[in-house]
Design a binder for this molecule. Structure first.
Ligand SMILES: [Zn+2]
Length: 292
């Protein structure tokens, strides 16, 4: 685990995980300790964060956990922290049900699911902690229930998985709304962007790159030049996950478009997974999606 002080009151925890490291960000404001996302509980990462916060005496004020969205690698450790409130978007509980539907198929996640602690406080568009200089706002794109956090004092924008490096993680069908969210980010006066995985970035260049990629992705015109294994991973699962989400929303024809593209592209050596199990899993998902 790496710990980095950011600005006047931020603490960034970077925790090793695969394929991306996990980042947990704390804002030590006058009246609250905000803990943004709670990591992968399977790897006991939140325990390390908690220990650091205990040893450095950060638990002297009420704790507010903020979950950027309901994916388990962002909220799996909620129950380990004694928090006064757990905050998420109003769509979080409903979307969490879908995540659980997927996870119950894996024995390894059984205990984690039993311990899930969903938000105790939700909001639709905005939630402002005036005295603390902290603003939470709705920022759908990566998922429909995604939120972002802006620390006004340090000018830090915490984006969860709305930005993923090197390529966006596409799961939700409304790609135009995703782009809208990214355009909103560009209007915010931030010095640093804290991503949910791997990176701390500055400037708007990566936001523009992400917008361009999403536009190309939507048009099924992504250029694979310079693709690494991680690019290929994000791309092939983007196609399949988006198709699944479209089907769930009853958009069969659009789903088919992405599934057929996935079927072709996973035979391309640049996109094809090296792992046989992943390859077979993808084929299964694609065939199942095209059949029903
Ligand atoms: Zn996510």
């Amino acid at each position: 685990m790496q710990v980095q002080k950011i600005g006047s009151r931020g603490i960034l925890f970077n925790l090793p995980s695969q394929p991306f490291s996990v980042q947990i960000y704390c804002i030590n404001s006058p009246n609250y300790l905000f803990i943004i996302d709670t990591g992968v509980v399977l790897e006991n990462q939140m325990e390390d964060v908690k220990q650091y916060l205990v040893e450095n005496e950060f638990f002297t004020k009420p704790v507010a956990i903020i979950n950027t969205h309901q994916h388990h690698d962002h909220m799996g450790g909620n129950h380990l922290i004694d928090a006064e409130t757990i905050i998420g978007h109003s769509m979080f509980p409903e979307r969490l049900k879908q995540t659980i539907e997927l996870l119950v198929n894996y024995e390894a996640y059984k205990l984690e699911i039993e311990n899930f602690a969903p938000p105790t406080q939700t909001f639709d568009e905005k939630l402002v902690f005036d005295e603390e200089g902290v603003e939470l706002f709705y920022s759908p794109g990566h998922t429909e229930d995604s939120i972002s956090i802006y620390d006004k004092i340090d000018k830090i924008l915490i984006v969860g998985d709305t930005l993923v490096h090197p390529l966006p993680s596409i799961n939700w069908y409304d790609l135009d709304r995703f782009i809208e969210t990214l355009e909103t980010y560009k209007k915010i006066d931030f010095e640093k962007l804290i991503l949910g995985h791997e990176k701390v970035l500055e400037g708007t260049e990566f936001i523009d790159e992400t917008i361009e990629y999403i536009k190309k992705f939507k048009a099924l015109e992504v250029d694979f030049t310079g693709f690494t294994d991680v690019h290929a991973l994000m791309y092939r699962w983007g196609l399949v996950n988006l198709a699944k989400n479209l089907k769930r929303a009853g958009k069969e024809e659009e789903a088919k478009r992405y599934l057929l593209k996935a079927k072709t592209d996973i035979e391309n050596p640049i996109i094809k997974p090296k792992d046989e199990r992943e390859y077979n899993g993808l084929i299964e998902e694609i065939e199942k999606g095209l059949k029903d």
